[in-house]
Design a protein around this ligand. Sequence first.
Ligand code: NZQ
Ligand code: ZN
Length: 387
Amino acid sequence: MRNFEYWNPTRLFFGRGETDRVGQECRKYGERVLLAYGGGSIKKTGLYDRIVRCLQEAGCSVTELSGIQPNPRISKVREGVEICRKEKVDVVLAVGGGSVLDAAKIIAAGVLYEGDPWDFFTGKGTIKGKIPLGTVLTLAATGSEMNRNAVITNEETKEKLVIKNPHLFPDFSILDPENILTVPREHAVYGIVDMIAHVFEQYFHPVPETPLQDRLAESIMKTIIEYAPKALDNTADSHAWETIMWCSTLANNHLLEAGVSADWGTHRMELELSGVYDIPHGAGLAILFPQWMEYVLPLIPKKFAQFAERVWDIPRGNRSDEDLGKAGIERTRQWFREIGAPTRLREVGIGEERLEEMAERVAKRGPIGSVKVLTKEDILTIYRRSL
Ligand code: NZQ
Ligand code: ZN
């Protein structure tokens, strides 16, 4: 195990009905609230009315930023920063999925920064603080509700970049499983792929002797595998969804990273795909992950064998670690198909055309990966095998 520091300041309120706390929680940070949301799903589901009512009852005044798109754009962040300054907003409240949460994080940080918030992503500027931020999560996927990450796309340069900064933890997050029951199946599937992919990134690593981290990760993966089909088959099964929701938060709140050297290479390769082609993040991950696994299998065959045995319950028989690992990877790919995720780039409309250019850009931002530091040629091979 490696040395580590673990700190997570986000206050969580988890469970049915917790949404109604939103007014009183925001009011602790001030009176003027920026309500940030996406393309309108919260209006259709009635969540918008409920949130506005709670805020008003708590004595908050509400300004809005609507229309935050999936794969959120920096231009929308800039708009949010302007509104916060003009309206002297005290607290940002993000109501939505990972895209809304990530945009809100950078808005809250951007208010305290004099330059352009894109500077945070290019390294030209550093986040030194943020105004208070609360979230009400409506889609289980990213873990943004309890982590220090944000992913934003620059629509002019087609760059989709991630930053990690301790100021980006939300101050509080409300995880009410009733709010995720309306997610369309397609996005629910992508969310499930994303959460299990987060566990993969932190489970497959080169650090020896991490038994507790392994078992924590394995139990989250097994729970997702058991409960995802139940949840997808019955959108009203709020017990299945609450389990899935808690899995997604634990999968990416830095707990699994403690003491290991997480890889994150597949995520870096995927962000390039969804940045250039604007595909859903989870779709890109379902395509790339089995290919990456096969590519690095010979480097950590024991870990892949453990994955096959413990996570997929595949009996060893007289197979070598590598053969057993291969069976675990194939089972993973098959499971992605079973739940309805794509496993080929062509299925999401991506061909050979820009693969080389993309591989070059990803490699340039390197170093990418911990199981294997991926070169441009490695990345291009994985992209091509994914076609
Ligand atoms: O915009 P609205 O109308 O709200 O519709 C959204 C959107 O179209 C819809 N939706 C969300 N909740 C709903 C709902 N529809 C009906 N009922 C509800 N309750 O779902 C669609 C997708 O939403 P989005 O927020 O884009 O999905 P997700 O949560 O998967 O977030 C994806 C973004 O997060 C980034 C991804 O790259 C991508 O940009 N990530 C953020 C991470 C982080 N901050 O830690 C880590 C991840 O690895 C990831 O990179
Ligand atoms: Zn992800």
